[in-house]
Design a protein around this ligand. Sequence first.
Ligand code: SF4
Length: 312
Amino acid sequence: MQGRRYRSLDAHLRDVFGEKVQKITLDAGSTCPNRDGTLSFGGCVFCNAEGSGPGCSLGSLAQQWERWRARYAAMPRLRNTRLFLGYVQSFTNTYGPASRLAALLSELSSLPGLAGACIGTRPDCVDEEKMALMAAQPWREFWLDVGVQSMSDATLGRINRGHTAKDTETALRLAARFGVKVCAHLMAGLPGESGEDFLDSVRRLAALPLAGIKLHNLYFPKGTAVERAWREGSLRPLEQEEYASLAARALTLLPSSVVVHRLCADPAPNELAAPDWAAQKRETLDMIDAVLSYNDWWQGKFCDCPENNPFK
Ligand code: SF4
């Protein structure tokens, strides 16, 4: 936690395993009820062709895993990394029968060097049977990544999510009952939302059983409804400074125990239509750090109110 003002995933994993753990993004060939016609065909207004994943789906999970491990082995910074966290990101990976999730978990468990896993889903695609399956996994780090995006039903309707804030509450309480850790994904800059609306969602999530958070700035992927709205002039992206300020304020409202998996979006190469700054992830992270330092803010300062920054 040295030098940080929040509990980053990297620091958390070093605490748990005593060494660097690198995340590997995987595509399990899933689909989504909001894309296959069950709820809609169009999907969420920001969903790209890869189901909000990076598009790395070539081959089996084992083949993707080996490709990524070879790539990391060639990087001086990661050459000696031995442990990896498998992140099954694209589409809705708990959608469909529980047997499909069981097969996915079994495939994951055979990957060499697997320290744990994160399974991406949406709040209306979890149930007791699936949570029991997840709870039975032996990995020390196991996360259910739940796309929440907003806790406002009006916003969820505008972005065509096809679920409600109540679904999110139910999913988080169900996961907690089974001891499954949830990392919630939340977006700033959604259509029709102010910064205060975003912070209201943060406050509502902070009151739920939450173990992790991913904050994203809304960007406009090519070929999506949000790109069309931007080109027509009916939707504007947040400025980079505006987002950095919102993300920093969000951190102050989250319990200091919550693990911060991500603090800004990371568009895949060639998918970004706007804003240009969304491609400057490092710059955005530095800006968030600067806002925290300038204001002497830290994660949880206005939530669980520690008198001093516990991350120093
Ligand atoms: S829930 Fe995820 S995969 Fe499904 S339409 Fe929305 S962003 Fe795309």
